[in-house]
Design a protein around this ligand. Structure first.
Ligand SMILES: C[S@@+](CC[C@H](N)C(=O)[O-])C[C@H]1O[C@@H](n2cnc3c(N)ncnc32)[C@H](O)[C@@H]1O
Length: 214
């Protein structure tokens, strides 16, 4: 099993990882999501694609409007839009946009006067999302590939930051939240769907790169 080198506290997620360990984690996550960008089928324990979106309570009318390829690639752990509406003409950032389904949903709320931006660690996801959203007829979007938790947008720029199953994958959550709060306008909104640990990891998973990228 591939593993990490850092001290026990950091391995258990209670401390800082070394820069090389952070990088190893990002590479493992990227390798997994290169595969997911080709097809998410069979790679998750939870439903993905149309079935996943329907189970998570996404608006049926939006699901029905989504191009097949865009919907097939959906792999969210929850529904960030269940936390409240997003207003017309707002600017939205999707942290970990994957193949673009959540950006498409946000685009339906903000309309042509708004802007939907996405960032992703995995270049194949950026390419896939760009193709998918163009095919869906969206024009008011920007997607950028990132190498770590730095967000390549101006401070106080977004009205809403959404994320769906990406923050748990970040090996530097402090930096991740610092950057999210930097780009969010004062009184802006956060709509996150994610997974959290409720108890300590079993010992065979502590320090496992595979566990980070699941
Ligand atoms: C579960 S998927 C997101 C699903 C997506 N919102 C959708 O509509 O299908 C998580 C995404 O987060 C990306 N990711 C993981 N760690 C990241 C990080 N530190 N910064 C940005 N993106 C990250 C992965 O490459 C992956 O595409």
């Amino acid at each position: 099993m591939a593993g990490l080198d850092q001290a026990p506290a950091a391995r258990a997620g209670q401390g800082h990882l070394s820069a090389p360990d952070e990088q190893r984690i990002r590479e493992a996550i990227r390798a997994k999501y290169v595969e997911v960008a080709r097809s998410p089928a069979g790679r998750f324990l939870y439903p993905i694609g149309r079935e996943g979106a329907e189970k998570l309570g996404y608006d049926q009318a939006i699901i029905d409007r989504a191009p097949v390829q865009l919907l097939q690639s959906f792999c969210g752990v929850g529904n960030p839009f269940s936390l409240g509406g997003i207003a017309l003409a707002h600017r939205v950032l999707d942290f970990g946009c994957g193949a673009g389904f959540d950006m498409f949903v946000a685009g339906n709320s903000v309309g042509p006067g708004g802007l939907v931006c996405g960032i992703d660690l995995t270049e194949d996801m950026v390419v896939r999302a760009t193709d998918n959203l163009r095919q869906a007829g969206m024009t008011n979007f920007e997607i950028r590939q990132v190498d770590r938790e730095d967000i390549p947008f101006a401070s106080n720029f977004f009205d809403v930051v959404i994320s769906n199953g990406a923050i748990n994958l970040s090996p530097n959550k402090q930096r991740c939240f610092a950057e999210i709060f930097r780009v969010l306008k004062p009184c802006g909104k956060l709509h996150f769907a994610d997974v959290i640990l409720e108890k300590d990891l079993p010992s065979h998973l502590i320090g496992s790169l595979e566990a980070w990228s699941q």
